[in-house]
Write a protein that binds this ligand. Structure first.
Ligand SMILES: Cc1cc2nc3c(=O)[nH]c(=O)nc-3n(C[C@H](O)[C@H](O)[C@H](O)COP(=O)(O)OP(=O)(O)OC[C@H]3O[C@@H](n4cnc5c(N)ncnc54)[C@H](O)[C@@H]3O)c2cc1C
Length: 672
């Protein structure tokens, strides 16, 4: 049964006591997070449908498998998983099933170390939709949707990931045969990283430099068949393999790919934007930015995933901190639950708050993405740069905070957090990867900074500003003078905007000063880039805090739940203010004499959240099968589960290991 709450197992007494202390109904939170009681019911049914299938369970913990076995097991499970997904879809299920099983909590519970099919759904299919013509969609979507073919997205090369204009794979158009000829002219031009590329996919969207009529027109996407549809053997001219073990995600089958005179029909170039006509004439895309669509979509999904993974890590760490007792607060008194140490609360609760910050911002960005995409369909590109800038900085800040947050949660579990059966290492592996893929985080921040520099010039020029940078107008107009400070979210949001505006202004001035001093704009950019990345981070933090506070205010929930969520939103805002206090002292209404009262506010919030912490993570409603952690299960039977887990180690199957006779005994008896 998926719902552990109904299991007839006695819970740890401390965790039971925590549940009795809770001032709100965790079920109300669950319904809020799912969207409605009906949606909660649907989610639970889906979880039960997948997790109760014995075929999708691990017989041996994955960590005890070899790299090859892990992959083969992942493909086995992925095939069962997507057969089931297709059945649900055909019964009228919505796209949420795909999100849940691919990148969401359910997917990462079944395929803990990554899914070799993810790229097919997350990048291959969306790229065809986003960049294929109607005819191309008609040809490819059916096959891909029905899994007659499995695709991946091959952009990054050994030599270039970030700088996509520097990609070296070539696609030369031959008007005689109306084909493109693909080549990998150098070692560094080999594709490197695409998920599922190694042994899984038989097709790929390949990004290559397009040459026609002797001119290079830059990078374009092409659909390329990699393997025979029957034998799965690589097609002639395709050099393909897997890139080996990584920090995490070891079952995603990331691969390499090279081309030697591989011919593909002209129609395999995805031509919704740029086109090559039969005679080789190149027709330019109306906007370079149109190709950003798929990447922005994926970044929005990443935000949702980060919220999920951090919720998982927080659930494990908070339940464990309720069960674990250690040391003494007062001599002679019983050992306290480690959650009673303020330093432990300081590790746990800001991350608990961040789960909501990320989640509410993901919803907000998702709505904006849908609105802007609808405007794009009508040819209106006005808000695309703003969306692009937001998706970049939010992706960077949310993935970095989630990775740091998961690591803090792991550390908060002491030694047991280091065990793979805590699930913390695998969660960290999934989260930290997102700091690099879909745009390396520093590079993302610098892209937002470029937009912010333009926005600053617009604000200085008195032009109309889009909503998310409207705060710059205040900084320009001089209405940004110090005001009376009080510990309120109104003041805090204003202070975050003052910091962002102050940092943006400083970057613009430093750039300007350097350029006026005779330094080239490019060098001035590089010389200012530490501050530029920081101003983009400040902009993201101003947005995150604003949207978090605003979302909580607008919620239609009981006052008991609203109080807890308000405390969490305030904690998030105060925590990051104190983390960045130098910036706030420099640029905002906060003065040095306000810091002690802000610190006090933070401490009060920690103590207010303390009695509800277990209730909040219960409200996340992440079932034990998904948590997959000896430390975080609902019943709090931490020590029993740790012992159950060690019994699964193959080393414990024999009382004396063969290495004793082979090496250890001769070594011990050698009288060295
Ligand atoms: C788990 C995982 C899965 C992936 N899956 C795929 C996939 O399916 N398909 C695919 O095509 N790719 C994939 N990638 C590749 C990924 O997109 C790239 O690794 C990423 O874009 C970063 O590029 P890079 O590796 O070339 O890093 P680099 O760009 O070389 O970055 C190295 C360092 O240089 C810095 N740097 C680079 N450029 C600048 C700049 N302009 N200004 C300042 N600093 C700079 C960076 O900040 C970083 O610190 C995956 C990567 C990972 C880790």
């Amino acid at each position: 049964m998926v719902l552990n709450k109904t299991e007839n197992v006695k819970c740890n007494e401390d965790i039971e006591r925590e549940r009795k202390k809770c001032s709100f109904d965790p079920l109300e939170l669950t319904h809020l997070l799912d969207g409605s009681p009906e949606k909660t019911r649907e989610r639970k049914e889906r979880e039960h449908y997948f997790l109760s299938d014995p075929e999708l369970r691990d017989t041996i913990p994955q960590d005890y498998l070899s790299h090859k076995e892990k992959y083969e097991e992942a493909v086995r499970k992925a095939c069962i998983l997507f057969r089931k997904v297709t059945q649900l879809r055909d019964k009228g299920g919505d796209l949420e099933i795909f999100r849940q099983t691919l990148s969401g909590m359910l997917g990462s519970a079944i395929l803990k170390d990554g899914n070799p099919f993810t790229l097919h759904y997350v990048m291959f299919l969306p790229t065809i939709v986003g960049q294929g013509t109607v005819e191309q969609q008609a040809e490819w979507m059916g096959k891909a949707w029905n899994c007659d073919i499995i695709g991946t997205y091959a952009q990054t090369e050994l030599g270039h990931g970030t700088f996509i204009r520097g990609l070296e794979t070539t696609a030369h158009y031959d008007p005689r045969t109306q084909e493109f000829i693909l080549n990998s002219p150098t070692l560094t031009s080999y594709k490197w990283w695409p998920g599922g590329l190694g042994q899984t996919a038989n097709y790929a969207v390949v990004v290559a430099q397009l040459h026609t009529k002797g001119v290079c027109h830059g990078i374009n996407p092409f659909i390329v068949q990699l393997r025979d549809e029957e034998t799965h053997k690589p097609l002639p001219g395709i050099k393909i393999g897997e890139i080996g073990t990584k920090l995490g995600m070891n079952a995603t089958n990331n691969g390499y790919l090279g081309f030697e005179n591989v011919r593909i029909p002209r129609e395999h170039m995805l031509m919704k934007n740029a086109q090559v006509l039969e005679d080789g004439t190149y027709v330019k895309s109306p906007s370079d930015k149109l190709t950003y669509g798929t990447m922005m979509f994926v970044r929005v999904i990443i935000l949702q995933d980060m919220a999920g993974y951090l919720s998982k890590a927080s659930t494990i760490a908070i339940r464990y901190s309720a069960v674990r007792r250690q040391s003494e607060l007062k001599p002679g008194e019983p050992e306290p639950q480690i959650m009673d140490y303020l330093t432990q609360q300081y590790k746990l609760f800001p991350n608990l708050a961040a789960c909501f910050a990320l989640r509410f911002n993901a919803i907000w960005l998702w709505n904006m993405y849908n609105n802007v995409t609808a405007e794009l369909e009508d040819g209106d590109l006005d808000r695309l740069p703003e969306l692009h800038a937001l998706s970049c900085c939010l992706k960077a800040v949310c993935t970095a905070d989630a990775a740091q947050g998961v690591e803090i949660c792991r550390l908060s579990c002491g030694g047991h957090g280091y065990m793979t059966c805590s699930s913390m290492p695998s969660i960290y592996g999934l989260v930290t990867a997102a700091c690099t893929y879909e745009g390396e985080n520093t590079v993302m921040l610098l892209q937002t900074a470029r937009y912010l520099m333009k926005a600053w010039q617009q604000a200085v020029g008195g032009m109309a500003m889009t909503p998310t940078v409207a705060y710059l107008k205040l900084a320009v107009s001089g209405n940004n003078n110090p005001q009376y400070w009080e510990n309120s979210t109104v003041c805090i949001i204003r202070a975050y905007q003052q910091v962002a505006a102050g940092k943006i202004k400083m970057c613009a001035e430093n750039m300007d000063r350097r350029i006026r001093g005779g330094i080239s704009p490019e060098d001035a950019w590089n010389m200012t880039s530490i501050e530029l990345a920081q101003c983009a981070e400040a902009h993201a933090r101003a947005i995150i805090v604003d949207k978090f506070v605003e979302s909580v205010v607008e919620l239609n929930v009981s006052s008991a739940l609203k109080t807890v969520l308000r405390q969490l939103s305030e904690l998030y805002a105060v925590y990051w203010l104190l983390q960045k206090s130098g910036d706030f002292l420099m640029y905002s209404d906060v003065s040095a004499r306000d810091i002690p009262s802000l610190q006090n506010w933070l401490e009060v919030l920690l103590s207010q959240i303390r009695p509800n912490a277990v209730g909040v993570v219960d409200g996340f409603d992440i079932c034990d099968e998904i948590l997959s952690s000896a430390l975080g299960s609902y019943d709090g039977r931490v020590y029993e589960r740790l012992f159950e887990e060690v019994s699964k180690s193959p080393l414990n199957k024999q009382s004396v290991n063969v290495s004793f006779q082979k090496y250890l005994k001769p070594f011990l008896k050698a009288s060295l």
